[in-house]
Design a protein around this ligand. Structure first.
Ligand code: SF4
Ligand code: SF4
Length: 335
């Protein structure tokens, strides 16, 4: 497995890391088998989140005996200081470790949200305190918004950035990836298979790893997926001309129906959380996480069927997605 330094950190990570979302739905013994096989295949970077239900616990359980050989990364959605401090303690317990290698502020949605995170006494200061106390080593941020990522890089306060980059979501190449590389900020590629939309796993990972991403973190819920992903990391070859043409065709096919979760369409006057609803739809239809998707949907006041097709979001979506039609189709699929 090839390894790379993650930005300017001292973490020499396997180019293929382990994304911790799908492992939530796997029975515990099988999760152990999958995670241990990942280690055997040279994967040494494991990314989870407080929001991924039992993912941290499963990773902590399976990897306890090899802690010194791996890098643990997790994140929290919490923006309030006491809550985030408590979340870090929970992550430490769940991951069965005394120190987490990378802790990220999860899913920063807007510049206002970033400002809150960075304000005195805010979430960022909690991470700094945790680092001073030896509980975490490096500080990161995740977002689906390019403005947020650019600003976060510009502040010089984050060691890594994690965002969705794949052959469908290539917009990040214009400014974010070059800015991160110039600043020595590590680039972590979430959603390398576009939330299950891309079926040629090997080609997608090769694309991302040769376009400026330090590490890709596909989610894995079977040993077969571990084998397939790990094989890519042994020899990373840039896609050839024909392969790029195939990816371009995929991009064109999905371009008008794939939500990038950028949030530009918000707010919806009718109270729908448009990007989150499409995220739920993706997990319901493309991943084997139907229960998880339904539990998230149950927590929302407004669901797919509540779209009144007012059309206000249409002109705000830079990707020209037919949002009301997509809501209607999702309402039929998911509920
Ligand atoms: S619907 Fe369009 S604007 Fe809204 S989050 Fe998705 S891609 Fe962005
Ligand atoms: S069309 Fe539907 S999702 Fe879009 S703004 Fe109107 S109610 Fe909200």
């Amino acid at each position: 497995m090839l390894k790379r330094k993650l930005g300017a950190t001292d973490m020499n990570v396997s180019v293929v890391g382990f994304g911790g979302i799908p492992i939530q739905g796997v029975p515990p013994e099988e999760a152990d088998r999958i995670l241990r096989r990942a280690i055997e295949r040279g994967i040494n970077f494991f990314d989870s989140a407080r929001g991924y239900t039992n993912s941290e616990e499963k990773i902590g359980h399976a990897l306890e005996g090899v802690r010194d050989r791996i890098f643990l990364s997790t994140k929290s959605l919490s923006r309030k200081a006491p809550k985030l401090a408590a979340e870090i303690e929970t992550s430490l317990r769940s991951l069965r470790t005394e120190r987490i290698d990378l802790y990220q502020i999860h899913s920063v949605a807007s510049l206002d949200d970033l400002e809150r995170v960075l304000s005195p006494g805010g979430a960022y200061d909690v991470l700094v305190d945790a680092r001073a106390a030896g509980k975490i080593r490096w500080l990161g941020i995740t977002s689906h918004s390019r403005e947020v990522m650019l600003k976060a890089i510009e502040t010089g306060r984050f060691d890594t950035v994690q965002f969705p980059f794949n052959p469908i979501e290539t917009e990040w190449e214009e400014s974010v990836i070059p800015a991160a590389r110039k600043a020595g900020v590590g680039t972590i590629c979430m959603k390398p298979l576009a939330g299950g939309a891309l079926v040629n796993r090997e080609l997608a990972l090769r694309f991302e790893l040769t376009r400026g991403m330090d590490v890709v973190i596909p989610g894995m819920d079977s040993v077969a997926q571990v084998e397939e992903n790990a094989a890519v990391g042994e020899k990373v070859i840039p896609p050839g001309e024909n392969e790029l043409a195939r990816l371009e065709a995929e991009r064109a096919r999905w371009g008008e129906t794939f939500c990038r979760r950028c949030g530009y369409c918000m707010p919806c006057p009718n109270g729908l959380n448009i990007p989150f609803l499409f995220l739920i739809d993706g997990y319901y239809t493309r991943y084997e996480l139907k229960d998880w998707a339904l539990s998230r949907l149950a927590g929302l006041d407004k669901k797919f069927g509540d779209c009144e097709a007012c059309g206000e979001c249409l002109e705000k979506c830079p990707y020209k997605l037919a949002i009301p039609d997509m809501m209607k189709a999702a309402a039929k699929r998911v509920i």
